[in-house]
Design a protein around this ligand. Structure first.
Ligand SMILES: [Zn+2]
Length: 121
């Protein structure tokens, strides 16, 4: 409901901006440039806030606390799914992570995914 109200709000402001633009060069109308400036600031702020992807800062990846590699295997249980005919990850354990670069057991550091290898895959 809130989303619908915001959309119609933006549409109304845009319609007002288009309407008032028609009077922009009319010397009989006062305060048009200031009014248009305000309306256009509202429109650009509304449009900008919608184009920014949400939660991008909340994405993290596990990395090796020893060497920083994200080539990590984790100890887990998988359960066979008859309907989907595949293994479904049931439980991932907090301990038992293995770094494929170090070749041994390690603990994990959760970091934002800035590594190019993760972005391309
Ligand atoms: Zn490592």
């Amino acid at each position: 409901m809130r989303q619908e109200r915001q959309t119609s709000f933006l549409k109304t402001v845009e319609a007002a901006e288009r309407f008032i633009t028609g009077f922009e060069d009319d010397p009989d109308q006062e305060g048009i440039p200031a009014l248009l400036k305000n309306l256009r600031e509202i429109i650009s702020a509304e449009t900008k806030s919608k184009s920014v992807p949400e939660k991008s800062a909340d994405i993290y990846k596990p990395t090796c606390s020893e060497c920083g590699s994200d080539d990590i295997l984790n100890d887990a249980y998988a359960e066979w799914d008859n309907d989907g005919q595949s293994w479904i990850l049931q439980q991932v354990f907090d301990k038992g992570a293995i770094c494929q670069d170090c070749g041994g057991e390690t603990s994990l550091d959760w970091v934002p995914p800035t590594h190019p290898r993760l972005r391309s895959s």
